[in-house]
Design a protein around this ligand. Structure first.
Ligand code: ZN
Length: 150
């Protein structure tokens, strides 16, 4: 990866960690799921407002490391207005990108989430980045009130 691109990615992560987007409790949320990553101690509660199969609003609360906070902040921004199916597709692409199983992830489709591609070089941090998405997956399936990455 080029150094200037890496710097840009780090700047986006710092920015989302410093001022997380959609960091609030949602009144009357349709879905509320707690996510926990015991490896790092990252904890978050994800709130979703649904209109049939569409995510009309997403927010979160909690505390975690810079990677987990930036990841959930970016995720709440990107899934707003998406259908469940579109969000699941993003989850799969994000998972493939961060675990390195797929070399040719469509970075255009994944948009800003590409800033987290670098975690694949740090296996211990992958769960920090994917915690938000596993929590979203559980919220969309609507079967569990809490999930853990372990
Ligand atoms: Zn973490």
């Amino acid at each position: 990866m080029f150094d200037d691109l890496r710097d840009l990615y780090q700047e986006v992560i710092f920015d989302h960690n410093r001022s997380p987007r959609n960091f609030r409790v949602m009144e009357n949320a349709d879905r509320e799921v707690e996510g926990f990553n015991p490896l790092c101690g990252d904890r978050l509660t994800l709130f979703l407002k649904m209109d049939s199969d569409k995510i009309v609003d997403a927010s979160f609360q909690g505390s975690g490391c810079a990677i987990s906070t930036a990841s959930v902040s970016l995720m709440t921004e990107i899934v707003k207005g998406k259908t469940e199916a579109e969000a699941e597709t993003l989850f799969k692409q994000f998972h493939e990108m961060t675990t390195g199983k797929e070399e040719n992830v469509n970075l255009e489709a994944i948009g800003k989430l590409a800033v987290l591609a670098g975690v694949r070089e740090y296996p211990a941090r992958v769960k920090c980045a994917t915690l938000a998405w596993h929590t979203l997956d559980a919220a969309l399936k609507n079967e569990q009130k809490s999930i853990s990455t372990e």
